[in-house]
Design a protein around this ligand. Structure first.
Ligand code: KG4
Ligand code: ZN
Length: 334
């Protein structure tokens, strides 16, 4: 049978990422992260689009070279359609459209959240059904996956995403953007001695805006008494915030697993790289005899491989896109 070779392109936010996969196996996976946003404390959309324009051509050429694939060998190109920043998405989509037109190959549009789910199966064979919690900078979503194409949303955040909770509380602590990985590493030297509220909204939904407000008021009060409070307690503050976020997520995952009787759990998205979340979930799954699906760290945060793999399964399903499709800032997974 002819090899199925997919080029995957991701440009939904502040990372340009390109990957080449052959018959579902990763041959190259490159990323160009944009550091320009650090000094602004968050992603500046206009700057992000410009950086995508600058890096996408060279990154694609290098990804093909590293995979040992000529562009004329490609079976199809998969690209993120949304959700994300419109200007950023437009760069990847326009590039993918132009390339597929010139190569006369099919174009595949991919939902970024669907691709995060697929990141779990880059190195793992799925045994459905699986409960997957996607925790990223923009989304917190609990899904029940019955197959690659039968997905049901059973819960989500009613306000901030888990990644935002890390990034926004980190900003209050004076940490650079994105604060999630910094909090993760500083927490290792700290203890969760400060107690913040663990939200418990209805069903399998989540809420994180209360944590941000609780941290804000707590810091204000403490800084009034001692202006060095954050500096003196940074690791403990990080450990306390991280513990609160992990407990909020784990409490709902546990409830969902018990109620649905599903014996496999997955975590995807940038926050799934968090070491405490991974450790605590490993313990929970071991003690209940549930299987845990996690992605390799480089596949947790945004990457091209997950787009390419999602594209591969859509290719097998013959799900191709018209070259007139537009980017979507909001794009529900189902
Ligand atoms: O999936 P992702 O790369 O982009 C989105 O689709 O949003 O996720 C980025 C988010 C950021 O909020 C970042 O702070 C968080 O993932 N993140 C982490 C860690 N690594 C990335 N949060 C906690 N611990 C980490 N180790
Ligand atoms: Zn993402």
């Amino acid at each position: 049978m002819k090899d199925i070779i997919i080029l995957g392109i991701e440009s939904s936010c502040d990372d340009t990422a390109v990957s080449v996969i052959v018959n579902g196996k990763i041959k190259s996976n490159l990323i160009s992260s944009q550091w320009i946003h650090k000094k602004y404390g968050g992603v500046v959309p206009e700057a992000a689009s410009r950086q995508h324009v600058e890096s996408i051509v060279e990154l694609t050429e290098t990804a093909l070279l590293e995979a040992g694939i000529l562009k004329t060998h490609l079976s199809a190109i998969a690209v993120t359609r949304g959700p994300g920043l419109l200007g950023s998405l437009l760069v990847g989509i326009s590039f993918a459209k132009a390339l597929t037109l010139s190569l006369k190959i099919p174009l595949i549009e991919v939902n970024h959240l669907y691709a995060h789910l697929m990141s779990l199966f880059i190195d793992n064979e799925p045994n459905f059904p699986i409960l997957v919690l996607t925790v990223s900078g923009g989304h917190t979503q609990l899904t029940l996956m019955r197959s690659f194409f039968d997905i049901e949303i059973i819960g989500q955040s009613i306000d901030d995403a888990a990644g935002e909770a890390f990034d926004k509380t980190g900003k209050l602590l004076g940490l650079a953007y994105p604060a999630g990985p910094i909090i993760d590493s500083l927490s290792k030297a700290g203890k969760a001695i400060f107690k913040f509220p663990i939200s418990n909204v209805a069903d399998f939904n989540f809420s994180f805006s209360g944590l941000k407000t609780a941290v804000l008021y707590f810091l204000r009060e403490q800084l009034n008494k001692d202006s060095e409070f954050i500096k003196k307690n940074l690791s403990d503050l990080c450990a306390s915030i991280q513990t609160t976020i992990c407990q909020t997520l784990i409490q709902k995952l546990k409830l969902a697993a018990v109620r649905t009787q599903v014996k496999a759990i997955g975590i995807a998205g940038g926050v799934s790289a968090n070491s405490q979340l991974r450790e605590e979930l490993t313990l929970l799954c071991n003690s209940n005899d549930w299987k845990l699906y996690t992605a390799k760290l480089s596949y947790c945060t945004d990457n091209g491989a997950m787009i390419a793999l999602a594209g591969y399964y859509k290719f097998l399903n013959q799900e191709f896109a018209e070259d007139t499709f537009q980017p979507l800032a909001r794009y529900p997974i189902i």
